[in-house]
Design a binder for this molecule. Structure first.
Ligand code: SAM
Length: 282
C-alpha cells in the first residue's frame, strides 16, 4: 500500500508526497525528523511535518538564499548562517571568496544526518577550513557574540518550534548589531499565497532595525503555494540596486554559475508582483 507524507504546515491545504523508501525517522531533542525517497523529487528532509529540502529542487532555494546577498554585497569576507543544518546554503557560500563562514544550527542531528543522507547537497562544505560550526540557538548566539559579519543568512524553519525566535524584532536588532556597516541580512520568509501575514510580520519587524527592507522571490516547487519570498534588510539601499552587469562581473570573477541563479534572475527576483509588494508596504 502506498504510504504518504502529508505536510501539516498550513490550515486548510496540504501537499502530499509518496514515501517510496523510508530512510530515517527520529524525534530528536529539538524536532521530529524524517528522511525518505520520493519518485518525483528525490530524497526529502522534513522537520516537524514540514518539507525542508528535496534533492530535486534544493538548488533553487540554496542558490537564491546564498548567491543573491553575496553578489549584491560584492565584498563579503565574513558570513553568518543561522540554521541551514543541511549544508546546502553553506556549500553555496563557500563558492565565494569568503574568509570565514560561521554557521549556527540548533540541532546537531540535522547536520549529522544530512552529511550522511544528503552528500550531494552539502558536498565537502562541512570539511572546509573556513567553516566555524556552532551548535546553538541562533538567537542566543547573535545576542551574545562580539563577532561581526558582512552578510547574515537566516536559513530557518518556519516560525514554529525552535525557529520561532528567529522571527522577532529583538532577534533582528541583534543581527543588525552583528553586521558590519553596509552589511546585508536575508531570511527565509515563507510562501505568501498561504503565509501572507508571515511576510508582513517579518518585514514589519525588520523595519524596526533596518533602514532598507524589501523581499525577493524564488519558486521552489516543494514549498507549497507558488512563489516563495526571502526577506532583505540593510542600511544601504544601494545594495538592492546592484545592476545586472555588475552582478555578472562579480559572478564571473568568483566562478559562480547557477542552475536557477543568474544575474538577470537576481535583478528580476526583486521586482515583486503588486499583490506581494502590498504585503510588505510600510
Ligand atoms: N530550506 C529550509 C526551509 O525553508 O524550509 C530551511 C532548511 S534548514 C534544514 C532549517 C534549519 O533551521 C533546521 O536544521 C533547524 O534545526 C534550524 N533551526 C531552527 N530553529 C533554529 C534556531 N533557533 N537556531 C538555529 N537553528 C535553528
Amino acid at each position: 500500500m502506498t504510504q504518504w507524507f502529508t505536510e501539516t504546515l498550513h490550515d486548510g491545504v496540504a501537499q502530499a508526497l509518496t514515501i517510496d523508501r523510508l530512510l530515517y525517522r527520529q524525534k530528536t531533542d529539538i524536532q521530529d525528523l524524517i528522511i525518505f525517497d520520493n519518485r518525483v523529487f528525490g530524497r526529502v528532509l522534513a522537520l516537524d511535518g514540514v518539507v525542508q529540502l528535496t534533492t530535486g529542487d534544493e538548488f533553487v532555494y540554496h542558490e537564491m538564499i546564498a548567491h543573491v546577498p553575496l553578489l549584491a554585497h560584492g565584498r563579503a569576507r565574513r558570513v553568518l548562517i543561522i540554521g541551514g543544518g543541511d549544508g546546502g546554503t553553506l556549500r553555496r557560500c563557500l563558492e565565494h571568496p569568503v574568509d570565514r563562514v560561521t554557521m549556527v544550527e540548533i540541532d546537531r542531528s540535522v547536520v549529522d544526518l544530512c552529511r550522511e543522507q544528503f552528500p550531494e547537497v552539502c558536498g565537502n562544505a562541512f570539511d572546509d577550513p573556513r567553516l566555524d560550526l556552532v551548535i546553538a540557538d541562533g538567537a542566543a548566539f547573535v545576542r551574545d557574540t562580539s563577532d561581526r559579519f558582512d552578510v547574515i543568512i537566516i536559513d530557518s524553519t518556519d516560525p514554529i518550534g525552535p525557529g520561532r525566535v528567529l522571527f522577532t524584532a529583538e532577534f533582528y536588532a541583534d543581527c543588525r548589531r552583528c553586521l558590519t556597516p553596509g552589511g546585508l541580512l536575508v531570511n527565509q520568509a515563507g510562501v505568501p499565497a498561504v503565509q501572507g501575514s508571515e511576510l508582513t510580520d517579518i518585514t514589519t519587524a525588520l523595519r524596526t532595525a533596518f533602514a532598507d527592507v524589501a523581499a525577493y522571490m524564488a519558486v521552489v516547487p516543494t514549498y507549497y503555494g507558488g512563489i516563495m519570498t526571502l526577506g532583505w534588510a540593510s542600511d544601504d539601499p544601494g545594495l538592492r540596486r546592484t545592476d545586472e552587469a555588475t552582478l555578472a562581473d562579480r559572478a564571473a570573477a568568483s566562478g559562480i554559475s547557477g542552475r536557477y541563479y543568474s544575474p538577470a534572475v537576481h535583478v528580476g527576483s526583486l521586482a515583486l508582483p503588486p499583490w506581494i509588494g502590498a504585503l510588505i508596504s510600510a
